[in-house]
Design a protein. Structure first.
Length: 88
């Protein structure tokens, strides 16, 4: 599980599936930043991981402060599913 910060909005929402650098990731949670104040374009702060980590996310068996962080431009993200059935 890690934090993926996407500069720009490729159109993914909670439960969506993206591919970044050849790695397929499920978006457990998405926070949209920069609508009113902040950077010149929106940023999506996503908590992502593989499907086996969904239960850990739902039961909060992780520490958000200690997740690895990866930054990527929206152009570097391939959206495989924009919104999934994740009910968290």
């Amino acid at each position: 599980m890690k934090r993926l910060i996407i500069h720009g909005d490729p159109g993914v929402r909670k439960g969506g599936v993206v591919e970044v650098d050849g790695e397929e990731l499920v978006c457990f949670g998405v926070t949209r930043n920069g609508e009113w104040n902040g950077p010149d374009r929106v940023q999506l702060w996503c908590t992502v991981g593989d499907e086996s980590e969904i239960e850990d996310y739902e039961t909060q068996r992780y520490q958000p402060h200690f997740l690895d962080v990866q930054h990527v431009d929206a152009e570097g993200v391939t959206v495989l599913e924009s919104k999934g059935d994740l009910t968290v």
